[in-house]
Design a binder for this molecule. Structure first.
Ligand SMILES: Nc1ncnc2c1ncn2[C@@H]1O[C@H](COP(=O)(O)OP(=O)(O)OP(=O)(O)O)[C@@H](O)[C@H]1O
Ligand SMILES: [Mg+2]
Length: 319
């Protein structure tokens, strides 16, 4: 099965300021703020939801197609993704701008001042995925330029491309009608608990209404695991206990990679969800959303240690 991953491609620039922001912001001068924080740490990381999802998919042995837009600074990032098996033929490169960038400065008390530069991401709306319709495909629509998300969902519906609708943080920017319009007909709607509440509030739908919108609704519950709501029953997926927790950035994306790998190989919801849990745990144990490494053999071995033997998961070794 061909996996199509649409969504953002970005860099994260993470800085840490050793003092407190509040010591440098003068309350009666808020009308003309001019502050510069001398930071002693800058970490530049590869990210973006689609970038993170294809990264773990490739580690899991899939050859996903990345659909998104990136700028003049993408070449090293793209080269490394291609090397691990990601198909970049649908990445639109816009040389006149930079790849979407998230700049975040964190002070000693964990306060944050951040900016997100859209950059090349706004061109994602120009990509047409209609030609990707085919026999055996599964697409995911993950956070991206909001117009691109709406367009891609519409194309999937019109062309009969089965899709996972994954609005995440973009729920905040979309109104109820746009959300309903995009999620309608999805094979899966996936959100975390907070996003579920926001989705319901904006659309006015209850659980029954959501179940009519998408065939399957998946709610990730952080350290409490995942609930997969099928039409006829609910499947509860446990977590894979991490050895340590370094950084949660990108756990949700990695869960999606694992889930999609299971589904692409025809595995059950029970096993696909557990593959998602373990893929997420690898991300928790490292610093950054694409700093983890494993091969399929290691992954299957650890899966069996954590969840016990299973005829299905060993099929991942036989591709
Ligand atoms: N503390 C944890 N220990 C083990 N597994 C976890 C933990 N937190 C999250 N996970 C796994 O990751 C999945 C997704 O986590 P969560 O519900 O926090 O997603 P999210 O809020 O979308 O994350 P993100 O910060 O990436 O947006 C969970 O369903 C679970 O399998
Ligand atoms: Mg998330």
């Amino acid at each position: 099965m061909k996996l199509i991953v649409t969504g953002s491609i970005a860099f994260d620039y993470l800085m840490s300021f050793p003092g407190k922001f509040s010591d440098h912001i003068i309350a009666d001068q808020l009308k003309n703020i001019s502050v510069s924080f001398l930071v002693d740490n800058l970490n530049r990381r590869r990210g973006g939801c689609a970038g993170n999802i294809v990264y773990s998919l490739a580690l899991l042995g899939e050859k996903p197609l990345l659909v998104g837009s990136a700028g003049q600074d993408f070449s090293d990032y793209g080269r490394d993704l291609a090397e691990i098996g990601v198909d970049l033929s649908m990445v639109k490169i816009v040389d006149s701008v930079f790849t979407a960038s998230f700049f975040c400065n964190t002070d000693s008390e964990n306060n944050q001042i951040a900016s997100f530069y859209t950059g090349a991401m706004q061109y994602a709306r120009e990509i047409d995925i209609a030609s990707l319709a085919g026999e055996s495909v599964l697409a995911i629509i993950s956070p991206n330029d909001p117009e691109a998300m709406v367009r891609n969902a519409r194309t999937c519906r019109e062309k009969g491309i089965p899709f996972i609708y994954d609005p995440s943080q973009q729920i905040a920017r979309m109104d109820g009608d746009a959300l309903v319009d995009s999620a309608r007909g999805a094979r899966i709607l996936i959100v975390n608990e907070y996003e579920l509440a926001m989705f319901k509030k904006k659309t006015g739908l209850d659980d029954a209404g959501l179940a009519e919108l998408a065939e399957v609704v998946i709610v990730t519950l952080g350290e409490r695991g995942t609930e997969i709501r099928l039409a006829e029953r609910i499947v509860n997926i446990p977590i894979a206990q991490p050895e340590k927790i370094l950084d949660p950035t990108g756990v949700g994306d990695a869960f999606r990679s694992g889930l999609m790998t299971g589904l692409a190989n025809g595995l059950s919801w029970e096993t696909s969800g557990r593959i998602g849990s373990l893929a997420a745990t690898y991300v928790l144990e490292t610093d950054g959303p694409q700093s983890h490494h494993y091969n399929v053999e290691d992954f299957v071995q650890r899966f069996i240690t954590v969840f016990g033997g299973n005829d299905e998961v060993v099929q991942l070794l036989e591709r």
